[in-house]
Design a protein around this ligand. Structure first.
Ligand SMILES: [Zn+2]
Length: 212
């Protein structure tokens, strides 16, 4: 059984959305300093690193992250590779792609994944993302979960439409994946966001298990 860990390591200095607080992972009790145990304190946005968005993030509708269905967060998922010259995931790009019929969880590997593979520390504004017409396309074809390999499913300068369309349709949005090592094809996705009560998103561990 081959397991791909498609999560980012949570570490200080990892890129975060402009204006978001930096990730802090601080050792507040240390055996190196004579304590009987080690303990780490975390401070981070619910949208740091690999994470899911809840509808409440853009709809303000109280549908918060602990209510996301586990039935959507786990199950068969298709990894689609998009060529490096694809700069936006539009309806046209999607209709020309080879997404198998009946796919309900779809993860996009774009040139973004190379940023993680090469540990680029600065936030990149020109990441590949899903346009509004791409979001309409996905929602209308019964996609239940969309995964992307940068920190937002939507283009940097146009966050609202893509998020609203997907979240309104009940599509789970999984962001901040590193798919650089993952060949195209079907896998079993396990995505388990932290059960943060009342939050608009949550960091998640996400893995893909290759099906034999
Ligand atoms: Zn988010």
């Amino acid at each position: 059984m081959k397991i791909y860990d498609i999560s980012l390591s949570v570490t200080p200095g990892m890129p975060v959305w402009p204006g978001d607080p930096p990730v802090e992972v601080v050792q507040i009790v240390s055996m190196d300093e004579g304590s009987e145990y080690n303990m780490t304190h975390l401070r981070l946005s619910a949208h740091a690193g690999t994470h899911v968005d809840a509808p409440h993030h853009f709809l303000n509708d109280r549908r918060t992250v602990e209510s996301l269905p586990l039935e959507i967060l786990t199950g068969p998922a298709f990894v689609l590779h998009l060529a490096d010259d694809v700069s936006a995931i539009t309806a046209e790009v999607l209709s020309c792609s080879s997404i198998p019929p009946r796919t309900s969880r779809l993860l996009f590997r774009t040139r973004n994944s190379k940023l993680w593979a090469s540990n680029i520390p600065d936030f990149q504004h020109d990441f590949v993302a899903v346009t509004a017409d791409g979001a309409d396309w996905l929602a209308s074809r019964g996609i239940r979960l969309v995964g992307v390999d940068y920190l937002s499913v939507a283009p940097y300068d146009d966050s609202v439409p893509t998020h609203r369309i997907l979240l309104q349709a009940g599509v789970v949005v999984l962001e901040g994946l590193n798919l650089s090592q993952v060949p195209a094809g079907y896998y079993h996705l396990y995505c388990l966001p932290l059960k943060l009560a009342g939050a608009d998103g949550a960091p998640a561990r996400a893995i893909l298990v290759a099906e034999d």
